[in-house]
Design a protein around this ligand. Structure first.
Ligand SMILES: [Zn+2]
Length: 73
């Protein structure tokens, strides 16, 4: 994974090949500053197996961002 960037305080991790996103989320999450709550969004392709109860088999986009006041109900 070489396309990690921070943009407006949001860590854009990029995509994880072959549905192997969990390890990448943990690896990237360990780089985030401690003491804050972060949201992690995983954007799967429309055809990904996860939508039909199977394993992820796409290259999902991963975005991590700090919790913000707008997130409060
Ligand atoms: Zn997927």
């Amino acid at each position: 994974m070489s396309n990690t960037e921070v943009k407006d305080g949001v860590l854009i991790v990029g995509d994880a090949p072959g549905g192997n996103y969990r390890a990448e989320v943990i690896r990237q999450g360990l780089k985030l500053p401690p003491g804050r709550l972060y949201h992690t969004n995983i954007y799967h392709d429309d055809w990904c197996g996860i939508w039909s109860g199977r394993k992820c088999n796409c290259d999902p986009d991963i975005v991590m961002r700090p919790h913000a006041a707008e997130d409060e109900g």
